[in-house]
Write a protein that binds this ligand. Structure first.
Ligand code: CA
Length: 321
């Protein structure tokens, strides 16, 4: 009955949370690091706890096993038909310690990455069907798909160009990316041009969870308590032998669903004056002017309660409500 454990943990952490389920689009580079798997698990757990509604998922990297791995995770959580898109055209690529094994060991319908539609088009189709100003988009990888989405033209789903469709339908983009107030971070560095374009042209508020936020939130070792046959536990086994790993990507999921409610307000605040500038090499710097609708998360207290919440969510087993 792990859902009850997680649900009680969520209720304790967010006693005041009364909002409707947050509609979320989740874009990931599920490949080089394993926190993407933890973030996907947390998002599915929050969907099962009726806090989030997952509208679509997408992969922003070229590793052919990554979308199959994501499909296997979506399927494991009982959402085999969730829209799943893959980046088309040039994008980041590298090896993965777990994606192929997860794809081979756990059932899923997607046969190859080439069979998956363009993530930018999947996002267009899904966004067009949503209420205006409602969707929260979460990126935990490079910003290639988000750049591509902004550059789309009118089609059968909407007469609006990408930037206008996003402006109409999206409430917030939560981006795991950057270092604050300045530095270099992989999600922006590994496709610097896409990052610079997407952040410069995005027409809604953006909240950044920088490298320094998730870097001190260690999770993964708790998965030793999970049943062996879960793709989450297996991915961490393959990645680092079930040791702890930083939880960069999970922080973006948490903020997307809860903002600064409940326990998150105890631990985090927002720096909102100014804007993020990204150079074409992906390095980033926060500028105090001009003042755009950009914010980044700042730490207020040690994140022990957030760590516990993420660790519990990653243990969630589907179908045990
Ligand atoms: Ca990632």
């Amino acid at each position: 009955m792990r859902i009850n454990v997680f649900l009680s943990c969520v209720l304790a952490a967010f006693a005041v949370h009364a909002a409707a389920r947050e509609p979320v689009i989740f874009d990931t580079d599920m490949m080089g690091d394993v926190d993407d798997v933890g973030a996907a698990a947390l998002l599915h757990a929050l969907a099962d706890a009726h806090e989030a509604k997952i509208l679509a998922t997408g992969v922003c990297v070229k590793n052919p096993w990554s979308p199959l791995c994501l499909d296997a995770i979506n399927t494991y959580y009982g959402r085999p038909d969730l829209p799943l898109g893959v980046v088309k055209g040039p994008a980041h690529d590298r090896e993965s310690k777990y994606a192929q094994k997860i794809a081979e060991e756990f059932p899923h319908a997607l046969k190859s990455a080439g069979d998956a539609p363009d993530a930018a088009m999947v996002y267009r189709q899904v966004l067009a069907a949503q209420s205006d100003g409602s969707v929260v988009m979460v990126s935990v990888g490079q910003l290639t798909n988000f750049r591509n989405l902004l550059k789309t033209g009118p089609d059968q789903y909407s007469h609006l160009v990408g930037t206008e469709l996003v402006k109409r339908k999206v409430r917030l983009w939560v981006c795991m990316g950057g270092r604050f107030p300045e530095g270099k971070e992989a999600n922006l560095i590994n496709d610097g041009k896409a990052a610079a374009y997407a952040i410069e042209h995005w027409p809604t508020p953006i909240v950044f969870s920088g490298w320094e936020i998730g870097n001190e939130i260690m999770t993964g070792v708790g998965l030793a308590a999970a049943p062996p046959a879960t793709p989450i536990r297996r991915a961490y086994e393959l990645y680092n032998g079930l040791k702890n790993r930083q939880s960069w990507d999970q922080t973006a999921v948490l903020f997307a669903v809860f903002g600064l409610e409940g326990v998150l307000a105890e631990c985090w605040g927002l720096h909102s004056n100014g804007c993020l500038h990204v150079n074409e090499d992906g390095s980033n710097v926060w500028r105090e002017s001009p003042d755009k609708e950009h914010s980044y998360i700042v730490k207020k207290t040690p994140p022990d309660k957030i760590t516990a919440l993420i660790a519990t969510g990653m243990l969630h087993v589907p179908g045990k409500q």
